[in-house]
Write a new protein. Structure first.
Ligand code: FMN
Length: 352
């Protein structure tokens, strides 16, 4: 039954074990975030948007985004760009890196992206957008999906016109975040559009925007006919929200548990990005993990001022000593050989 968030569904041949999808978020969706999302019940996770121009120029940082661990799968790698052949080439590399799906970004509202003719700006140029979908779908054997906003301007209904065209161009699933690009993240996602889109296409539609609880997720599936919900901001530093959204089980984590998850996240991110980059990157996560009334606000301000991750770790273990044991248990769990096909992420450095 579709209302059951714990049931599986498919995008083409790819089986997705639950109807909760972890949203792609630039500056957030690193591998540690995605792996954690899978552990807490997300059936599908997605990389943050990867620039096809960066892939084309073999930009080292961009190529680093094309890393897939076996325990993340199924995983979508999301690409953005405006040039069909470059998007096709980037899609081939994403597939070679192990992506189960290649997602095309027609939703990014940020000017830096839209002024290059990519992201949400393509919703105003459906013919160009369809050429991209066609080129990507021809380039790879894995299913191609599209994530989009409702349109550029407030009140736009462009998604309803272009959605079916994307499907005709080869999209195997559509994700709709029904805010306009102009709206950015203000106002509310208007999921009446999601319901309309569902009625217009015969591929699964994923509903993105303002999913914060099990009750909302169920109601959204019911009212729209979407195949799945996508969770973004609610999952930032809060994997327990994913579990609540999936199962309805509302359990505030113990402080040790929160600190252990944060420390594991910090450790994995340092491995992924390197110590120097990770030190700055993880700062925004402190407030996300330690907020929700879990720890005094002053702790976050204290942590962001510490110059090294070793000092952050020491401070956190001092405030929640039981976290060391919880972290050790977590590390055994995430490294269990029979559950993780590949201990190390596959990198495509030199692979294309
Ligand atoms: C910090 C941040 C970064 C985001 N980056 C991306 C991105 O790279 N690609 C994308 O398709 N959407 C991106 N989004 C949009 C989310 O995937 C999602 O559609 C949106 O946040 C609405 O869902 P929510 O209310 O659950 O957060 C981003 C959102 C946030 C908050």
């Amino acid at each position: 039954m579709q209302g059951d968030l714990s049931s599986s569904w498919r995008i083409g041949p790819v089986e997705v074990p639950t109807r909760v999808v972890l949203a792609p978020m630039a500056g957030v969706s690193v591998q540690a975030f995605r792996r954690q999302g899978r552990r807490y019940g997300a059936g599908l996770v997605c990389s943050e948007m990867v620039s096809c121009a960066g892939v084309e120029h073999r930009n080292e940082r961009t190529l680093g985004y094309l890393r897939v661990g076996a325990d993340e799968r199924p995983l979508a790698i999301q690409l953005f760009g405006s040039n069909p052949p470059a998007m096709a080439e980037a899609a081939r590399m994403a597939e070679a890196a192990g992506a189960d799906l290649v997602d095309v970004n027609f939703g990014c509202p940020v000017r830096k992206v839209t002024r290059t003719g990519a992201g949400a700006s393509l919703l105003d140029r459906p013919r160009d957008a369809c050429r991209i979908v066609e080129a990507v779908a021809r380039a790879v054997a894995v299913p191609v999906t599209v994530k989009m906003r409702r349109g550029l301007a407030d009140g736009s209904r462009a998604c309803l016109a272009v959605g079916p065209q994307f499907v005709a161009a080869g999209a195997a699933s559509l994700t709709l975040h029904p805010r306009s690009a102009e709206q950015m993240y203000t106002g509310a996602a208007d999921h009446r559009l999601t319901a309309e889109l569902v009625s217009l296409v015969d591929v699964p539609v994923v509903a993105s925007g303002d999913v914060t609880s099990h009750a909302r997720a169920r109601a959204l599936l019911h009212s729209t006919g979407a195949a799945a919900v996508m969770v973004g901001r609610a999952a930032q530093g809060n994997p327990w929200a994913l579990r609540e959204i999936l199962t309805g089980e509302r359990r505030e984590p113990a402080r040790e548990e929160v600190v252990a998850e944060l420390l594991l996240f910090v450790r994995e991110t340092a491995r992924e990005l390197g110590e120097r980059r990770a030190t700055g990157f993880v700062k925004k996560f402190y407030g996300w993990y330690l907020g929700h009334g879990r720890f005094p606000k002053a702790l976050k301000s204290e942590l962001v001022r510490l110059p090294t991750l070793a000092e952050v770790t020491d401070r956190l273990l001092a405030i929640a000593p039981g976290a060391a044991e919880a972290l050790a248990r977590l590390e055994v769990e995430v490294d269990r050989g029979d559950e993780v096909e590949l201990a190390l992420p596959i990198s495509v450095y030199g692979g294309g």
